[in-house]
Design a protein around this ligand. Structure first.
Ligand SMILES: [Zn+2]
Length: 100
């Protein structure tokens, strides 16, 4: 590349941040931090590792794993209720034996 004496050439050609604006959807134009794909404003160099080593970790009941477990339990409970409702509806029909 031709050296035109512009000291900002290297800075302007630095890799750009890959983040997109929430409002406009346009890409961030800031230079990415070395070793990252995002700029300093979009999370480069920050954050803790997720999991028990995170300083805000209390008991793990709100971890991704437990959220999935609770979703599964809720789904099973919903299905059980649905089955119960169906059985009760059929029980009210003709040809069923009533319990004392
Ligand atoms: Zn950015």
């Amino acid at each position: 590349m031709k050296d035109d004496g512009n000291p900002m050439r290297a800075a302007n050609q630095a890799p750009r941040c890959t983040a997109h604006s929430k409002r406009t959807g346009e890409r961030c134009k800031a230079p990415a931090v070395n070793g990252w794909t995002v700029c300093r404003m979009h999370g480069a160099g920050g954050g803790h590792k997720a999991g028990p080593s995170h300083p805000s970790w209390k008991h793990g009941m709100r971890s991704r794993e437990w959220i999935e477990v609770r979703k599964y339990i809720n789904e099973l409970t919903r299905e059980a209720r649905e089955i119960e409702t169906r059985i009760e509806a059929e029980g009210a029909g003709v040809g069923t034996v009533r319990r004392a």
